[in-house]
Design a protein. Structure first.
Length: 251
């Protein structure tokens, strides 16, 4: 059995209502990054499922043995389980979780989709060399950044990156970008204008590429990537709850 690095890194389900929200964390992260938003959604009347993607929240060795196929399969399985049990399902993803949420929106047509700091490109200059570099340097240390305002109680994730898995992240990004025109559900795209991890034009690519008649943008201003545990949650959480509450009615 996998050993969870923190109780907060485990998947979770918060019950409250007939409409469900699927929360998907990001690359090297864990469900801890989604738990505060999950609690806000529960208070707003939703049943919330936060999944833990394979290889996350346990050990780098586990993540090195996982792949994009595992992560996408788990997201689809979680969505299908909620769809079979609840009146409506919305999907919300942070970072790579937002990329997975876009793919679900392309294929499943949920009640609505919310992407949080979802990359259409990443700033790591080594990202496109990941397949070859992974054979030489299996693990990369994350660049140290002075990020203020994060709720460190929920900052549960890896401080290193299995190099070869960056290629999996890039593949998911390409897959989501290629299918953007298939997204027709209402979509809210939230991103910091000064996100240190993803390309600045990511939100523009998403919003211009989708076919949804309802497409909204929320721009945050602090230089944070983990915006679900950042210093602007008082702005972010009500906006997400309001958007999903409005559009669940039209599902």
């Amino acid at each position: 059995m996998e050993e969870i690095i923190s109780p907060l890194a485990a998947d979770f389900t918060l019950f409250n209502g007939a409409d469900a929200v699927l929360l998907i964390h990001g690359f090297t992260g864990s469900p801890a990054h989604m738990l505060p938003l999950g609690r806000a959604l529960q208070e707003a009347g939703f049943t919330v499922r936060g999944i833990r993607l394979k290889g996350h929240g346990t050990s780098l060795a586990d993540m090195r043995a996982a792949s994009w196929k595992d992560w996408l399969s788990e997201a689809k399985e979680a969505y299908d389980a909620l769809e079979n049990a609840f009146r409506s399902v919305s999907v919300v993803g942070l970072s790579m979780g937002g990329v997975l949420a876009l793919i679900l929106a392309e294929e499943k047509n949920p009640a609505c989709c919310v992407t949080l700091a979802a990359p259409m490109g990443i700033k790591n200059p080594l990202s496109f060399a990941a397949p070859a570099l992974g054979k030489i340097v299996p693990v990369l240390k994350k660049r140290k950044r002075a990020v203020s305002g994060l709720d460190m109680d929920y900052a549960v994730g890896y401080r290193e990156i299995p190099t070869a898995r960056i290629a999996d992240l890039n593949l998911l990004i390409r897959t989501a970008k290629q299918g953007l025109s298939s997204v027709r559900c209402p979509l809210l795209c939230a991103q910091s204008a000064h996100d240190p991890s993803i390309t600045a034009g990511s939100a523009d690519i998403i919003l211009k590429g989708i076919s949804s008649s309802v497409r909204e943008r929320l721009t945050l201003h602090q230089p944070q990537h983990l915006i679900t545990i950042g210093s602007e949650t008082e702005t972010l959480f009500p906006a997400v709850c309001q958007f999903i509450n409005l559009h669940k009615e039209t599902a």
